[in-house]
Design a protein around this ligand. Structure first.
Ligand code: CUA
Length: 206
């Protein structure tokens, strides 16, 4: 009995939707759209379709995803967390030679305050926020991401030439936002020495 009532309700609802759509299409057809205007509407729709296609192909076939991905972390316990505990921050080189840099953003600085990395080397940065939404931008590189509290933002980059690179917060995070910046020293590959404490801390790595 109840099932029959549900089926009847679904039937009524479908009928209403079809009526609405027919009505909507009739109204659309009755609107006069100039030939040239119609052309431009079609061109805009084509551009939108093209951009959606590019995003879809990049996401599913080239693995291009937002840096924040879905890796979560408890911002309130960052200093207790193994990975982002104070003595585990900064530059680390693992046994395979891969370099991972862990940085914490907080009002109004990036921690550690200063790091040195080698040029022409693949570097993986892992950023977290200890309080509010921050951003990080390093001009002339692909480093530009939001640092959302509760998420780990991971970006892989490399610096082609040695020098001093500014690190800027590019999300408004409070009155001191414009003072939230720091810098990274990029050293010639052959002159760079891996920080020594790192191998000792290897087991702390999450
Ligand atoms: Cu941090 Cu703006």
């Amino acid at each position: 009995m109840q099932i029959a009532a549900i089926i009847q309700k679904c039937h009524d609802l479908t009928g209403k939707c079809v009526d609405f759509l027919q009505d909507f299409c009739a109204q659309l057809r009755s609107v006069h759209v100039d030939h040239l205007e119609r052309k431009w509407i079609n061109i805009s729709l084509l551009i939108i379709a093209l951009l959606v296609a590019i995003i879809t192909i990049d996401a599913f076939f080239h693995g291009v995803n937002p840096p924040s991905k879905v890796e979560t972390i408890d911002s309130a316990k960052l200093h207790l967390s193994k990975e982002f505990a104070e003595n585990n921050l900064g530059v680390q080189q693992d046994a395979n030679g891969d370099i991972v840099i862990r940085m914490v953003a907080g009002r109004y600085s990036f921690f550690p305050k200063h790091i040195a990395v080698p040029a022409e080397t693949k570097l993986t940065f892992r950023w977290v926020s200890m309080d509010v939404l921050h951003g990080v931008h390093i001009p002339m590189t692909n480093m530009s991401t939001m640092i959302v509290p509760g998420y780990v933002a991971e970006i892989t980059t490399s610096f082609p030439t040695p020098g001093e690179y500014p690190v800027l917060c590019n999300e408004y995070c409070g009155l001191g936002h414009n003072h939230m910046w720091s810098n990274i020293s990029v050293i010639a590959k052959e002159d760079w020495l891996a920080p020594s404490k790192l191998t000792a801390n290897k087991e702390i790595k999450q």
